[in-house]
Design a protein. Structure first.
Length: 623
């Protein structure tokens, strides 16, 4: 949630800040603002409600602001409605108006995250003579830093440290101080923050894409760590104010990977990048001898033999990956698997087996609920494994082991290629467990690993036939309700298809296990209601077809999603989409692609902003 950028160097800061924010607008887009200074005491501050383009227009692309040191922010509202007053940056003084204004404020800052005890802290500030102009928790945070800065040693690191130990919640914080020209200070607790340094400049951001134009060598700020950033250098500090060492990480994908590359939207580009994401992820774990080999820091064969059950926790689409993994792992290995929403896992008193493996799935590696669930599992003594897409992210660093998905940067809020790469890792895990625990024969293992390697080409074949789905979507752009049904793996992929429909087309959509329709849901079927039936599991097709017939007899319009060869589906469905044959354990990897395309083309037909759906942001770092 929210995007932060910062720059200090010899060039005009504002255009660089706006460029960085444009790479982070997927993190928040209800308002934006920047603050710069040129060495004088005053800050130039400008904010705008709405999309980043409004701020761009207001500042003439940044050319109206002359300073060489600055910070910027694009907001996803938590405390306070989207407005210019509530937009960041916030100051320790009083914000007085619109347009470009100069402020002689002692502290100015931007914040990503949420402060849970902000009201308690605000009351403290009021008792100490502070007044507030906004509804945000961020203004409270900035003024708390100002309070400790003035009361104690006028040391930014000391002031931030005292603030951090009194704040409950999560934050990534970037600050400028009136009497520290050319310097930016940063702090982090549970929200991502990266810093890049070149010979004569330094940059910070919430996510790597904002820095790639300038450097691919970055530092990931550690949890409960602070940083002092000056042109060409950065120093890191712990909560005690002692300097620490942070490893430099090289990003192996370039700036072009975070661009649209001629596609109309990031989402459709990323849908088309799924074959590469799947291929790269498979190849990262598949040896030349056809054996699956994870980094032993993630899991050893001895670890695998000892595991008695698997607990998977995740949110959103990653949770749907976990649901598919449950079916596949249990069927191939016989190991009991339990899948929980991370937001539920973290607050429940679960009977956790000490020999269990706890798996946490997250694209960003910063998902707040998933990170909290991971910490709970570690406190309970469980071995933890992370499946993430972002190198150096919090979940990756804190888990006992990590397996990276090689999806590259995913910009669209609605995940596609990261979901597909996560599925592949779960398949690889299932096969590895089955191999080590001797629950699969050699011939079947070779057959299934070979099938994994064929998935990219099969995804490509689906994409080559996308025009049929585009046509179908245009016919249903005015629908108000849709239902997705399936059984087993088909149910889990139906959940993902339904989520795509809701989040980018704003059509009310639900996914149900097909057998549950008769227990109440079928009462919602009306004349013309679209019901999408997933039918890739041969042992269950007849059962699900019977449920689709029940829907059709009540006026539903039926779309069937099945494998080539199952042509009898056309006897029930009015429109049928076929996917290539594959091992049925892996069918979700193919079946999800038409559902992604359906959601995408419906959103386009309705003229919606596909990449930035209302009320949503990419990296959910708040509860």
């Amino acid at each position: 949630m929210c995007g932060i950028v910062g720059y200090t160097g010899k060039f005009q800061a504002a255009p660089i800040l706006l460029e960085g924010l444009s790479k982070l607008e997927y993190r928040g887009y209800d308002s934006a603002g920047i603050a710069v200074r040129d060495g004088s005491d005053a800050f130039e501050l400008v904010k705008a409600k709405g999309r980043l383009q409004n701020l761009y227009n207001k500042t003439d692309g940044g050319n109206a602001l002359s300073g060489t040191c600055g910070i910027g922010h694009t907001r996803w509202a938590t405390h306070g409605e989207p407005s210019e007053v509530n937009a960041h940056p916030h100051i320790s003084d009083i914000f007085e108006g619109s347009g470009t204004s100069e402020y002689d404020s002692d502290v100015i800052g931007v914040h990503n995250g949420i402060i849970e005890n902000y009201q308690e802290l605000a009351d403290k500030m009021v008792r100490n003579g502070y007044t507030f102009y906004s509804q945000t928790d961020t203004e409270v945070l900035i003024k708390l830093v100002d309070y400790y800065y003035k009361k104690y040693t006028h040391d930014p690191i000391d002031a931030m440290s005292k603030t951090m130990v009194r704040v409950r919640g999560s934050f990534a914080l970037a600050l400028m101080f009136k009497d520290r020209p050319g310097e930016i200070y940063a702090a982090r607790k549970d929200s991502p923050l990266v810093i890049g340094v070149t010979d004569d400049a330094a940059y910070l951001a919430s996510d790597v894409p904002a820095l790639l134009k300038y450097t691919r060598d970055v530092y990931y700020v550690g949890n409960l760590e602070m940083a002092k950033i000056v042109p060409g250098d950065v120093e890191f500090y712990n909560l005690d104010g002692d300097q620490t060492e942070v490893l430099l990480t090289r990003i192996d994908w370039d700036a072009e990977a975070a661009e649209k590359g001629g596609y109309e939207h990031f989402m459709i580009k990323e849908i088309h990048e799924q074959p590469k994401a799947v291929r790269d992820t498979v190849n990262s774990a598949m040896g030349p001898d056809g054996e699956i080999a994870f980094n032993e820091a993630a899991l050893t064969d001895e670890d695998i033999r000892k595991i008695s059950q698997i607990n998977i926790a995740a949110c959103g689409s990653a949770y749907h990956v976990g649901m598919t993994a449950q079916y596949v792992i249990e069927d191939l290995t016989g190991i009991p698997v339990r899948v929980d929403l991370a937001s539920e896992f973290r607050y429940r008193s679960l009977p956790l087996d000490k020999n269990a493996l706890a798996v946490f799935i997250s694209q960003s590696g910063e998902t707040a609920d998933t990170l909290a669930a991971l910490r709970k599992a570690k406190e309970s003594g469980l071995r933890t494994l992370a499946i993430v897409n972002v190198l150096g992210s919090s979940i990756a660093r804190e888990a006992d082991g990590v397996i990276y998905t090689l999806a590259g940067p995913e910009i669209s809020v609605a995940t596609t290629k990261a979901y597909s790469a996560q599925l592949i890792v779960c398949y690889l895990l299932a096969l590895k467990f089955a191999r080590v625990r001797d629950t699969i024969e050699d011939e079947k293992y070779r057959e299934m690993t070979g099938e994994l390697l064929s998935l990219p080409d099969k995804i490509n074949s689906i994409l080559n036939d996308k025009e049929r789905i585009q046509w179908f979507a245009s016919k249903h752009a005015h629908d108000s309700d849709m239902f997705f049904i399936g059984r087993g793996v088909d149910y889990s992929v139906s959940m993902e298809g339904s989520l795509k429909m809701k989040e980018i087309s704003y059509i009310h959509s639900e996914a149900y296990p097909a057998g549950e329709l008769k227990h109440g849901t079928i009462s919602l079927i009306e004349e013309g209601t679209l019901v999408v039936g997933a039918l890739t599991q041969s042992a269950l097709i007849e059962k699900t077809l019977s449920n689709l017939v029940e829907c059709r007899s009540r006026g539903a319009y039926i779309m069937g999603l099945t494998t080539y060869g199952n042509y009898s589906v056309e006897d029930t469905a009015s429109f049928t989409v076929y996917i290539p044959k594959t091992d049925e354990h892996f069918a979700a990897s193919l079946a999800v692609v038409p559902l992604q395309l359906l959601g995408y083309y419906l959103s386009v037909s309705k003229g919606l902003d596909v990449d930035k759906p209302r009320n949503l942001a990419k990296s959910v770092t708040v509860e």
